[in-house]
Design a protein around this ligand. Structure first.
Ligand code: SAH
Length: 361
């Protein structure tokens, strides 16, 4: 049975389609995830066993701890600035940040210099973050435009970029068409609308074959560029972790996840999470356009192993009871193995400064 919020959203989408015609995927995704009252992220905690999906920081504290140490290392290599903005975009329950801050307590000067800033649009999740991070002075933002402009920014985002809306195009016998969402009878349906301009113009992609789908992510790329410009002006770094691909290509990666299962993207409206795979090639271009250095791109498995997660896990294992040991082994496997999150998830580190030697790449 769908929720009341889901019914309200469906009604809103129907009216919008009746009024203006089929809607682009980005508008559909943006409304369903971000509607101030009924949006998916506004009403619930999507994470964990009782939610719809589980993320790396929720699997094991080792994840946030290693990320914290990565950030502290870059901060030190950047000359240990006496004040800096530690920014997380889309912090979920605040678990990653809480683990990262705990792990860096021993790093001299780091906690004295930190100003914690979180980018989050969900009031529901903000409450969770407040609980997890109540020991720290925290400032919340709904846009990066309100971040202070007088200190370097060290940013981390795990499974944030995948939630930013995309558009889709399909190559047909009539050329490129935009895939839009229409309403027919009593159901949402896919509609193809002829494109006026070539969506892959100027991109380094092979000639499309019939049926190929191209995904464009202007909102995501714009966000990366804005953040990168800030980092170029103020100094700092960004570590982006998400599922996706390192090279541009064709393919339909728009997906809906409900109670840990994939469902049709046109079903479970507002009750299922909507995401797409992140094209790291384009995020890299956005950072380069803002004159940042690309420090590295790596799979999550290799990144964590190069940071020493196996050694860290063995250390934890030596002090663990049987149940804890089992949990640690399973978490290590899930985070790093190529059949689990190890290969699908990618990590990209970018920042200001050519003489930085970032760990993990
Ligand atoms: N990073 C967390 C949560 C991932 S879920 C983890 O790894 O567990 C996605 C997060 O991004 C949620 O906190 C969600 O509310 C937030 N989010 C989604 N779209 C957003 C947007 N447009 N602006 C700010 N936050 C957003």
């Amino acid at each position: 049975m769908s929720s009341q919020a889901s019914n309200n959203l469906k009604q809103l989408l129907r009216e919008r389609i009746q009024e203006k015609g089929p809607m682009p995927v980005s508008e559909y995704m943006g409304l369903i995830l971000g509607h101030p009252e009924w949006g998916y992220y506004m009403r619930q905690d999507p994470l964990g066993h009782n939610g719809d999906f589980t993320t790396a920081p929720e699997i094991s504290q080792m994840f946030g701890e290693m990320i914290g140490l990565w950030l502290a290392d870059i901060w030190m290599q950047s000359g240990s600035p006496g004040e800096f903005i530690l920014l997380e975009c889309g912090p979920g329950r605040g678990t990653l940040m809480s683990d990262a801050l705990r792990a860096t307590k021993g790093v001299k000067g780091f906690h004295d210099a930190v100003q914690l800033h979180l980018l989050e649009t969900s009031c529901f999740l903000k409450e969770k973050q407040k609980q997890a991070l109540n020991a720290y002075n925290t400032v919340w933002h709904e846009t990066i435009k309100t971040l202070p402009d007088n200190a370097p920014i060290f940013m981390v985002a795990n499974e944030f970029f995948d939630a930013l809306p995309i558009d889709q195009y399909e190559f047909t016998s009539n050329g490129w068409c935009e895939r839009k969402i229409g309403f027919e009878g009593d159901a949402f349906v896919w509609v193809l609308e002829q494109c006026a301009v070539d969506p892959i113009e100027g991109l380094n992609l092979p000639k499309p074959e019939h049926g190929k789908i191209f995904e464009a992510a202007p909102i995501r790329n714009q966000f990366m560029q804005e953040l990168s410009s800030r980092i170029y002006k103020q100094g700092g770094a960004a570590l982006v972790i998400d599922y996706g691909h390192l090279r541009s290509g064709y393919g339909d990666t728009f997906q809906a996840v409900y109670k840990h299962d994939f469902v049709d993207v046109l079903s479970h409206i507002g009750d299922a999470d909507l995401t797409s795979h992140v094209n790291f090639d384009e995020l890299e271009n956005a950072a380069l356009e803002a004159s940042l250095e690309i420090w590295g791109k790596e799979t999550q498995g290799e990144f964590l192993k190069k940071l020493g997660i196996q050694v860290y896990a063995s250390k934890l294992l030596s002090a663990a009871n049987e149940k804890q040991a089992d949990d640690i082994q399973k978490a290590l496997h899930r985070l790093t193995h190529s059949d689990e999150m190890g290969s699908l998830f990618k990590v990209m580190g970018v920042g200001y400064g050519t003489n930085i030697k970032p760990a993990g790449f």
